[in-house]
Every structure is written in C-alpha cells, then in structure tokens.
Design a protein around this ligand. Structure first.
Ligand code: KG4
Length: 342
C-alpha cells in the first residue's frame, strides 16, 4: 500500500511516498531554517507562507522521486497536530485537496506519533510495545506505546521543550538557529564540570520534566558574563548544559520503562540527534538491560516519511478523516481525532 504523506508543522515542508509503513520510496524536504535564522527563531507567518510556496512542487517531487503515478497512491496522510497552526493548516489542506482529487482516504497523523514511527522505517524488527522518549523543538514527552495506535502519555515537560531550550541556549552563546547541532559540536570542545546548572524535580510527578529553569540559568550566565566582562567558557557551558538536559531526560526514560514494564526504549525527534544524549541513553539502557532504538540522524528531524509510516498504521486501524478535519496547535498524543474500527 502506497501512502503519500505531508508534514508542515514547523519550518520544514515535506512530502513523501511510503510503502506499507516501512519502506521509503521518496522523502522530499524543503527546509526554511535559513530564512528563520535571520530572526533567531521560527516566525510563524513566514513559515506558513513558505509552506504555501513550495508544497505543490514538493508533492510532485515526492511522486517523481518514488517513480509512482498519482493513480498508484492508495491514501494520503498529513500532520493535523500539534504545531504552528497556520503551518499545519497549509499541509493539511493541501493533503485534503490531493485526497479529494485522487478519491482516496485522508488519514490524520499526530506529529509526535510520526516522530516515533520514523523508527519503523529504520528498523524492520521494531514493533510495539516499547517506551518512547520524544524530544523535539516544540514537545518533550515520555510515551508508553502499547500498539501502533495505542499510546499513553506518561510524562511531559511542564514548560519548554528540550529542543526549544537548546535553541535558546545556543542563541545566547552566539550560535545560529537552529541551535541544537552547533551546541552539540561546541560541547565536544570541553569535558564540562565548570558550570553548576539546575536539575528540575516536580514533586509527586517523577516522570514530568521542566526546562525553563535551566534555560534561564544559561541566559543569566551569558548575560552576567557580558555585563561584567568576565570570560565565558562557551564550550564548557554547552557541555554542562547538555549534561543537564540529559540528566533531565535519561533517568526519567528508564524509570518510565521500568514502571510500564518495557524492555525496549525508542528515541524520537530532532533532539534525538544529540550525540551526548544518544551515548547516555545507550549507557543507561545497557545498564538496565533494555534494547535501545536510536533513529538515524536523517530521520530525527521533521520529515514526510515518518508521517507516511504512522499513516499506514493509522489506516490499518481504520482511521479515516472527512473534509471537515481541522488542524490543532496542541493535541495530546493519546487523544485520537478519529475513531478506530479495529
Ligand atoms: O523534531 P524537530 O526537527 O522539529 C520539531 O518537530 O520540533 O526538532 C527540531 C529541534 C530543534 O530545536 C533543534 O535545535 C534540535 O531539534 N536539534 C538538536 C540537534 N539537532 C537538532 N538538539 C540537540 N542536539 C542536536 N544534535
């Protein structure tokens, strides 16, 4: 079964063709990051306009790269939530029009479910159940994945997302947007252990996280250094910051896996590209006797193929949307927008 999938929740426009949820036939992506870098972060209005400009050409490219005709497409999948509302609306409405024109089903896909499903494309043996750590620019969640469409949110950030925190810390260190990758590179220049940064603890909610205190601490350190003229060890700060993020995420992930009786852990989202986090997750999973799946770097960030992968399993479970399907800026991963019939 061939699914044509669209993703437009933030600053990447993406269209892909995926077969049976596991094989990427094409994965066309147009990143707007350079444009937003001028402003130090994503400007929602610009994001929406850029999606409008490129989505039709990307759709054609996805079909051409896959070597399939429009008539070969069995269903259309699209991100309907969460994300920048104007941006999501562009991809979703384009997907609706394609599904309508091709007379095929429209499948709504939750963006974070898609990030998790990116792993199905890389690892043919991976099947639920497992515990997923999802960390992206806008969301940071711990999810118990009991089945392909059976999700339970078990922990989440109470404020900023891990990626947002990376981007903000990078910005005050003078690094370009998006800041995660340059922070990762900078952090390799130090052993760390120089700056004391906070670790959050939320009483009674040991699987929930908080990144705003950490973000503020880095911003204050950078501003104080600027005001007092004291030199800032940027590499050490990047390293210590990354360690603080890892300390926030990794132990909670293993705690969640233990609590929900999972022996498989899956990482997902743009921040899953972080080399220190990957190493720390591997060490922790080895110690706990858990099998860890880390998505290849090419599938960590936003892409259309992950929406096609999850779209397949949503389709198999009976998820179908009608033309009234709306886009949502926020929507929990375990709150499906349509009913399943299987
Ligand atoms: O999943 P993603 O592409 O978009 C969303 O769905 O939000 O994630 C983007 C986030 C950005 O905040 C970016 O800085 C971060 O992923 N990121 C990283 C790394 N590469 C990308 N964060 C830490 N280390 C990295 N190597």
């Amino acid at each position: 079964m061939k699914i044509l999938a669209f993703e437009s929740s933030c600053d990447e426009t993406a269209a892909a063709v995926v077969e049976d949820g596991r094989t990427i036939l094409s994965d066309a992506i147009a990143s707007q990051a350079d444009m937003h870098a001028l402003y130090g972060g994503v400007v929602p209005e610009i994001a929406s306009r850029k999606h409008v400009e490129v989505i039709a050409a990307l759709c054609d490219k996805a079909l051409a790269d896959a070597g399939v005709a429009k008539s070969d497409i069995d269903a259309v999948a699209a991100t309907y939530a969460p994300g920048l509302i104007g941006a999501v609306l562009v991809g979703l409405n384009y997907a609706k029009s394609v599904a309508y024109a091709l007379n095929v089903p429209l499948i709504p896909v939750h963006h974070i479910r898609g990030h998790i499903a990116a792993n199905y494309l890389a690892f043919p043996d991976l099947e639920p159940p497992f515990l997923a750590l999802c960390m992206s620019g806008g969301n940071t969640l711990l999810v118990d994945v009991a089945g392909y469409t059976d999700f339970k949110l078990v922990g989440a950030t109470r404020d900023d997302a891990a990626g947002e925190c990376f981007d903000k810390a990078a910005r005050v260190l003078g690094l370009p947007y998006p800041g995660g990758k340059p922070m990762d590179e900078l952090a390799h220049g130090s052993e760390g252990g120089v700056y004391e940064l906070p670790r959050a603890k939320i009483d009674g909610h040991e699987l929930d996280m908080s990144f705003s205190g950490l973000k503020t601490a880095v911003v204050n350190l950078a501003h104080n250094a600027e005001q007092t003229g004291k030199p800032l060890d940027r590499a050490a700060l990047a390293r210590d910051f990354t360690q603080a993020v890892s300390d926030e995420l990794v132990p909670r992930t293993l705690r969640a896996a233990e609590r929900y009786g999972r022996k498989t852990v899956v990482a997902a989202g743009g921040v899953a590209a972080n080399s220190f986090l990957r190493a720390d997750l591997q060490t922790a999973c080895d110690k706990a006797g858990c099998k860890l799946y880390l998505p290849p770097l090419s599938l960590c960030g936003d892409n259309g193929a992950m929406i096609g992968a999850q779209g397949y399993y949503e389709y198999m479970a009976g998820a179908r949307a009608d033309w009234s399907l709306n886009a949502y800026a926020t929507r929990e991963i375990d709150d499906p927008i349509v009913a399943y019939d299987k």
